[in-house]
Write a protein that binds this ligand. Structure first.
Ligand SMILES: [Zn+2]
Length: 76
């Protein structure tokens, strides 16, 4: 009578999602790691992108050249 040990299944590492704090599987099978889902990943990227865009927009507004001199046509 022989007992064959079943192969030990690889337990995926579980972490907490940095976005919602829920269970997230930190494994290759989860393309959204360390987030739990595409929604959480998009939320985080969206917040980062909007903040960067806001900073870029404010600095860009200061860089506008002031051209407020109308051409004079009475120089003849
Ligand atoms: Zn999440």
């Amino acid at each position: 009578m022989t007992v064959v040990d079943p192969p030990i299944p690889v337990k995926p590492k579980r972490i907490s999602c940095p976005c919602c704090g829920g269970d997230s599987i930190y494994a290759i099978s989860n393309p959204y790691r360390p987030f739990c889902s595409a929604r959480c990943k998009n939320v985080d990227l969206g917040a980062w992108a909007s903040e960067g865009f806001r900073l870029a927009a404010s600095s860009n507004a200061e860089d506008q050249p002031l051209e407020d001199s109308p051409p004079s046509s009475a120089s003849h």
